[in-house]
Design a protein around this ligand. Structure first.
Ligand code: AHR
Length: 379
């Protein structure tokens, strides 16, 4: 009953605001939370920072779990696939009330969403954090309320790891290392002198794990192999910003021969800018082509590999819905879950010049992109 009243109050508050014009595994943990015993929440809301849409879904059965999910935004094709994975997993048909909040890439929106979830007494909070830092206070509030928090995709950097129950996502530094080792092997195979590689890095959102790891993977290789890193500037993981940053870099440098884009959408924007400037994108650096490297390996990204516009695409898998559900089911059953869990990811290239890369003694195969490979992609 209390939850119903709070939900009704929140829905009323959101409408009022609108009308007013307002805008591999580490240690383990065991479920010890208010999550056990299910929920009787009566509200299912799908909100965006631009407004709020609240859909009432009954759930007085005592079996429906209410999940508050704070999503980063809708900045990329990857993010769209990730949202779809979460929504289709935590659907009403599957026995969930999903309260979805799109933070529009703003941490303050995520903090507000988490506080709303706490007020609504959700059973679980799932957070895809925009950046790593700045979460201690609000996650302490969730802990004090007895609500388990599951972090997904990017990581949080908190002083006390007990502020979240579990994390599942990508090893972003490994992604960067794979891409950099591939570039080194490719350049070696083609007889390209390391000092003639003139690289620009279109970074992701500064402070996001995906940016930190991918930038570090490149920077470490620059130091190790003696490549030239001309500039590193954020493209905020969007196509529009990727294009804008590439246009600006082309005005500053006339010798760029490798563009390291930290996601597919930035690569799409960069390719548009390069082609508009009369450049030919491709892997033949020795003959004046500009090599574009990317991350995510969405269908659209791999389609650009097939057409030879992107030379290397290192996978970042967004299909986290079932992975988060596995964690929640284990917690509901009182089982121990991994504190941190990394997803296995592949590497996709335009050709088989480099068949595998080795990072920290582990070998990773490189898949040559064909139409079949693209057709089999789920996202
Ligand atoms: O955190 C994952 C990254 O975020 C993906 O690489 C990118 O496309 C998304 O915006």
């Amino acid at each position: 009953m209390k939850k119903k009243m709070i939900s009704t109050f929140l829905a009323f508050s959101m409408v009022t605001a609108l009308l007013a014009g307002c805008g591999s595994s580490g240690s383990a943990t065991t479920a010890t939370t208010a999550a056990n015993g299910a929920s009787t929440t009566a509200a299912q809301a799908d909100t965006t920072a631009a407004g709020a849409e609240s859909t009432k879904a009954d759930s007085d059965s005592g079996k429906t779990l209410t999940i508050g999910f704070s999503q980063v935004g809708a900045e990329s094709d990857w993010r769209t696939a990730n949202t779809e994975s979460m929504k289709s997993t935590f659907s009403a048909e599957n026995g969930y009330n999903l309260i979805f909040d799109d933070a529009q890439q703003k941490q303050e929106n995520q903090i507000t969403a988490i506080r709303n979830f706490i007020q609504q007494e959700v059973d679980y909070i799932v957070l895809a954090p925009v950046t790593e830092t700045g979460w201690d206070t609000v996650l302490q509030e969730a802990k004090d309320a007895g609500i388990p928090v599951i972090i997904v995709d990017r990581m949080v950097n908190v002083s006390d790891d007990s502020l979240y129950t579990a994390w599942v996502g990508s090893d972003f530094e490994l992604e960067g290392q794979k891409a950099a080792e591939w570039l080194n092997s490719f350049a070696t195979a083609k007889g390209i002198d390391p000092s003639s590689l003139n690289i620009v890095d279109i970074q992701g959102t500064i402070g996001a794990s995906a940016q930190i790891g991918r930038t570090k993977g490149l920077q470490d290789a620059v130091d190790k192999y003696g490549w030239n890193l001309l500039e590193a500037t954020t493209g905020e993981f969007t196509q529009a910003k990727g294009q804008e940053v590439m246009e600006s870099m082309l005005k500053s440098y006339d010798n760029i021969n490798v563009v390291y884009c930290e996601n597919d959408n930035e690569a799409f924007g960069a390719i548009d800018a390069l082609e508009a400037a009369g450049k030919t994108v491709g892997s033949d650096i020795a003959n004046g082509q500009v090599m574009v490297m990317s991350f995510d390996s969405t269908k659209a990204g791999l389609t650009d590999v097939l057409s030879q516009k992107i030379t290397l695409n290192t996978e970042c898998n967004p299909l986290h819905g079932p992975r988060v559900e596995d964690i929640i089911k284990a917690l509901e059953a009182g089982q121990t879950v991994d504190k941190k869990k990394y997803v296995d990811e592949s590497i996709f290239a335009v050709d088989d010049t480099v068949k595998s890369v080795t990072v920290d003694g582990n070998s990773y195969d490189v898949t040559v992109v064909t139409q079949d490979v693209i057709d089999q992609r789920a996202y």
